[in-house]
Design a binder for this molecule. Structure first.
Ligand SMILES: Cc1cc2nc3c(=O)[nH]c(=O)nc-3n(C[C@H](O)[C@H](O)[C@H](O)COP(=O)(O)O)c2cc1C
Length: 369
């Protein structure tokens, strides 16, 4: 049914306009008590066996919404209503910024992919912090806060920019993510080099500890699939050295391999980050590599091309304690999270593992023996 609706309505609309239209419906439904109860009952059924504990947080399941969809934290309850077990808001930057000129979001429907060069359009950390402070949660869900660098701030001053966001946002975050991997802010991905990343993560950790004294806010870093394998290892080692809590793998890719056969070649040429099915293989590879290196010492979050329950299950077996999705939500629609939960519960029941936690990394461990 959603496929028909997508083809008749969304496909004819500009992708960004379609995004905001869907957003309005989701927010509207979440504000209407009877409707949200009905929708949540239908789309967010709870499976006891999928209950997840990660980053010291309890969740209904392992599957959440990746950053970028709800940049300004306006639809957390709406996304929870649709069955996402955690919602990562952002990327939020210290200063409000409009992002890149439109058009900046492109659908590559035959490839089940998106290209975006949104450029962190967001209201800035002050406004988002105020919204989170005033939020009266309807659904108890874990809220991750993803922060990035303001575009006009030079690379040499990046640390101060991230620290300003941390000081405003950490107290509202169940976990905090340092995003150094979006391809749409010039120079941002250079911060993944350990000599830049070490002072950045150290300063963010200190700022979080300084501003939130009643608990320890879990800190994660989000990396690009385009990192060379040695650089993935270097980030993993650094994360361990600095006592980080986890790594999110991966963001979108600047690569265009295997594209252009099905989708319009003029779309393939658009600059920006590619997400969805084409990034699946590399994201999974990066995750496996990370798990082989760090095992259970860090929480790994698997994201990139997770289209269905099988993909989510493969991420768990590869080493992900948590899994996220974005692009496939556009193509699969409101039943996306529900289908993943149902399929995960079935796969777990058919597997040799007694719990989801036991399944985490099982395939990667087996391959290493
Ligand atoms: C339109 C769009 C905007 C995004 N914005 C952000 C962002 O602001 N911050 C971030 O960390 N990731 C952002 N992402 C990346 C996603 O969170 C995710 O890492 C990536 O798309 C791969 O997952 P997917 O294949 O399920 O989409 C964005 C992705 C898309 C498609």
């Amino acid at each position: 049914m959603y496929e028909l609706f997508f083809n008749l309505v969304f496909k004819r609309m500009d992708p960004e306009r379609a995004h905001y239209a869907a957003f309005r419906w989701i927010r509207g439904a979440a504000r209407t008590p009877v409707l949200r109860t009905f929708v949540a009952a239908a789309l967010a059924p709870r499976y006891e066996e999928l209950r997840t504990e990660a980053l010291g947080l309890r969740m209904h399941g392992p599957f959440g919404l990746a950053a970028g969809f709800d940049k300004n934290a306006v639809a957390i309850d709406g996304m929870a209503m649709l069955g996402f077990d955690h919602v990562e808001i952002g990327t939020v930057t210290a200063q409000a910024q409009p992002g890149n000129p439109k058009k900046r979001l492109f659908r590559l429907v035959p490839d089940r992919a998106l290209i975006n060069r949104m450029g962190f359009n967001n209201e800035g950390s002050e406004a988002v912090a105020a919204r989170l402070a005033a939020r009266k949660a309807v659904f108890k869900t874990v809220v991750g806060v993803n922060i990035g660098k303001t575009k006009v701030v030079p690379e040499e001053e990046a640390v101060g920019d991230y620290v300003a966001s941390t000081e405003r946002l950490a107290r509202h975050a169940d976990y905090l993510v340092v995003n150094v991997s979006s391809p749409n802010t010039p120079g941002l991905r250079n911060l993944q080099a350990t000599e830049s990343l070490r002072p950045l993560l150290t300063a963010v950790r200190e700022a979080a500890d300084r501003t939130v004294t009643d608990r320890r806010v879990p800190l994660l870093v989000k990396i690009a699939p385009d990192l060379a394998d040695e650089d993935v290892d270097a980030v993993a080692d650094l994360a361990l050295e600095l006592g980080l809590d986890g790594i999110i793998a991966t963001n979108t890719t600047i690569a265009r391999e295997g594209l252009g056969l099905k989708s319009d070649p003029s779309l393939v040429k658009e600059t920006g980050g590619l997400s969805g099915a084409p990034v699946k293989e590399r994201s999974l590879e990066v995750l496996r590599r990370l798990y082989a290196r760090v095992g259970d010492r860090l929480v790994l979050v698997g994201v990139g091309g997770v289209e269905n329950a099988e993909d989510a299950w493969q991420r768990i077996l590869a080493g992900a304690s948590l899994v996220q999705g974005y692009s496939a939500f556009i193509y699969e629609g409101p039943f996306y999270a529900r289908a993943i939960h149902k399929g995960l519960a079935a796969r777990l029941a058919d597997s040799p593992y007694a719990t989801l936690a036991e399944a985490v990394g099982a395939e990667t461990r087996k391959a290493a023996q």
